[in-house]
Design a protein around this ligand. Structure first.
Ligand code: DGL
Length: 276
C-alpha cells in the first residue's frame, strides 16, 4: 500500500490558553499533524505553586492527552511545567515529551553574541533556575527575573494597556540594573512564559537597543518537527489542520481569549474535569 503516512496526534499542554502561541507555531511548522490541546484553566496559575502540585497537575493533564485523546507525542508548552515537572511527566506517559526550556535556551544561544542572556518568567520557573542550567550548559550566562503581574494582566486582556506597559518598564528596569551590577552585557531576552508573546510589542518597545526578544515557540516547533521527519513541512491548507481544544474551566472564556493566542478561531472547546 502507498500513500501519505498517517497523521500523528500531537498533544499540547499548558496551564491555560497561553500555550496556544506554541500550538500556533506547531501548526505553521507541521500543518499535517493533528492536534489536541489542553489548557488546565481551572488550576491556573501554575507559576505560583510548588513543584509537587505542578507535577501532579501536569501529569494528570498529560495523561488525559495520551489516554483519552490518543496523543503520540507531547509538547509541554507551559514553561513552569517544563521547568519543574518534565521528568515527572516523562515517567508518567509512554510517549516522547518535549518541553520548552531547552529549545528556548537553544534560541538564546543562537541569538546572543555577548553570551549574556536575560529570562523573564513566572516565580516557579525562576526559582527552579531551569533556564540558568540550560543556558550554562550552552556557555551562556543567564539572569532570570520573575514577573508575576504579567500573567494576570494578559488574562485580563490588557495586552496593550498603559498599566501593563508601566509594569513591564519597571520589571525590565530592575532586570537591567541587576545585569549591570553583574557586569553583564545581555543582548537576548527570552520570553520564558506562555503569556508573554502576547506582550511582545510592549516588551519590544521597552528593551534596550540591541537586545533581541526571543519567543521560543518557533524553536519548539522546529524541535518537534525533528521527531516527524516524514511529515511535509508547509501547506497552503494549514487552516484545515485538525485541532481539538479542551479546557478545565469556562469554555466560553477559552474560546474568546484563546482565539487571540492562536491567531484563528479555536472552534468548539471541550470541558474536562481533572479533579481538584
Ligand atoms: N503557562 C505558564 C508558564 O508558561 C504561565 C501561566 C501560569 O502561571 O500557569 O509558565
Amino acid at each position: 500500500m502507498t500513500g501519505a503516512p498517517a497523521s500523528p496526534t500531537i498533544g499540547v499542554f499548558d496551564s491555560g490558553f497561553g500555550g496556544l502561541t506554541v500550538l500556533r507555531a506547531l501548526i505553521d511548522r507541521l500543518p499535517h499533524a493533528r492536534y489536541a490541546f489542553l489548557g488546565d484553566t481551572a488550576r491556573l496559575p501554575y507559576g505560583s505553586k510548588s513543584r509537587r502540585t505542578i507535577a501532579r497537575y501536569a501529569i494528570e493533564s498529560a495523561q488525559f492527552l495520551v489516554r483519552e485523546q490518543g496523543a503520540e507525542f507531547l509538547v509541554i508548552a507551559c514553561n513552569t511545567a517544563s521547568a519543574l515537572a518534565l521528568d515527572a511527566i516523562r515517567d508518567a506517559v509512554p510517549v516522547p515529551v518535549l518541553g520548552v526550556i531547552e529549545p528556548g535556551a537553544d534560541a538564546a544561544r543562537a541569538a546572543s553574541r555577548t553570551g549574556d542572556a536575560l529570562v523573564i518568567a513566572t516565580d516557579a520557573t525562576v526559582q527552579s533556575h531551569a533556564y540558568t542550567a540550560a543556558g550554562t550548559a550552552r556557555g551562556l550566562r543567564v539572569l532570570e527575573k520573575a514577573c508575576p503581574l504579567l500573567v494576570p494582566l494578559v488574562e485580563e486582556g490588557w495586552t496593550n494597556h498603559p498599566v501593563t506597559s508601566e509594569v513591564i518598564r519597571i520589571y525590565l528596569d530592575e532586570l537591567n540594573a541587576a545585569a549591570a551590577a553583574q557586569q553583564m552585557q545581555p543582548d537576548a531576552l527570552v520570553l520564558g512564559c506562555t503569556h508573554y508573546p502576547l506582550l511582545r510589542p510592549l516588551i519590544q518597545s521597552t528593551v534596550a537597543v540591541g537586545v533581541q526578544v526571543i519567543d521560543s515557540a518557533a524553536a519548539v516547533a522546529e524541535a518537534a518537527a525533528r521527531s516527524f521527519p516524514t511529515l511535509p513541512a508547509a501547506s497552503p491548507h494549514a487552516r484545515d489542520t485538525e485541532i481539538r481544544c479542551f479546557a478545565t474551566d469556562s469554555v466560553e472564556k477559552f474560546q474568546q481569549l484563546g482565539s487571540r493566542f492562536l491567531g484563528r478561531p479555536v472552534g468548539e472547546v471541550g470541558l474536562v474535569d481533572l479533579g481538584g
